[in-house]
Design a protein around this ligand. Structure first.
Ligand code: ZN
Ligand code: FE
Length: 256
């Protein structure tokens, strides 16, 4: 693995990530909830920002950008072409299937619209990592603010097709409350119960539950499990389409 990635807690429950390509020394920052914890970590590691990767336009993912660019004026800002009107000025505007280069690593853009239109994820195949922000999250997914339920389901399915060992870096520390909700949908899932116990331990020690792996999400995240017979039955929707079941789960979560 040549991308070394550090998780940085920001604001009350956000995460930024810095990802360092060890052979070239190039570094990418993924999302900028606030600048100060990021600048501090960069100082400690003696890394410099070459690229800033924006996942979506929400304030809690871009607020620190101005301050980061003041410190690293040559950093190239990358974000979704579909959302240029709402994003800060971009040096590189990308769409689904485009690739970006961080030193010797290539990242592929995946359109994961639903939470917002123009939300993108960044997938680095060689290192086996993906930055998913508020699309697929640990034990959850982002609230569907702008897109449609079928669109969000489709976005999650794209991520679900990645290799199961893919390491997922999502944008918030919501995992514990996501777990409480997940139990209401999938109460007999032993792996989910074990995961919730692990999460409790991590949070008691103040340790982030991010990243997780896709294989763990496939086994425990109710939003990826809409096709499972036990969940269809539990929801009383034995003949529904997966996107409809997903929509029902998302609706329940919104009022949980
Ligand atoms: Zn958001
Ligand atoms: Fe967010």
């Amino acid at each position: 693995m040549s991308l070394k990635t550090i998780t940085i807690p920001c604001l009350s429950d956000n995460y930024a990530f810095i990802s360092h390509e060890t052979t070239s020394g190039q570094t990418a920052l993924i999302d900028i909830p606030e600048a100060s914890p990021i600048l501090k970590k960069l100082d400690e590691l003696n890394w410099k920002i070459d690229y800033v990767l924006i996942t979506h336009h929400h304030d809690d993912h871009i607020s620190g950008l101005r301050e980061i660019l003041a410190a690293y004026p040559n950093a190239q800002v990358i974000g979704a072409k579909a959302d240029v009107s709402r994003l800060p000025p971009l040096n590189i505007a990308v769409s689904e299937g485009d690739t970006i280069t961080i030193g010797n690593e290539q990242g592929t853009i995946i359109d994961v619209s639903g939470h917002t239109i123009g939300h993108i994820a960044y997938y680095f195949e060689k290192s086996g990592i993906a930055f998913t922000a508020d699309s697929l999250m640990a034990l959850g997914c982002g609230r569907v603010f702008e897109g449609t339920m079928p669109q969000m389901w489709n976005s999650l399915q794209k991520l679900a097709q990645l290799p199961p060992k893919t390491i997922l870096y999502s944008g918030h520390e919501y995992t514990q409350s996501n777990g409480e909700f997940a139990l209401t949908i999938d109460p007999n899932n032993i792996l989910l119960k074990e995961r919730i116990a692990d999460i409790k331990q991590l949070r008691q020690n103040g340790t982030p539950t991010i990243p997780s792996t896709l294989s763990t999400e496939l086994e425990t995240n109710p939003f990826l499990r809409a096709k499972k017979p036990e969940i269809m039955e539990r929801l009383g929707m034995p003949n529904a389409q997966p996107a409809e079941i997903f929509a029902e789960i998302r609706k329940r979560k919104d009022t949980f």
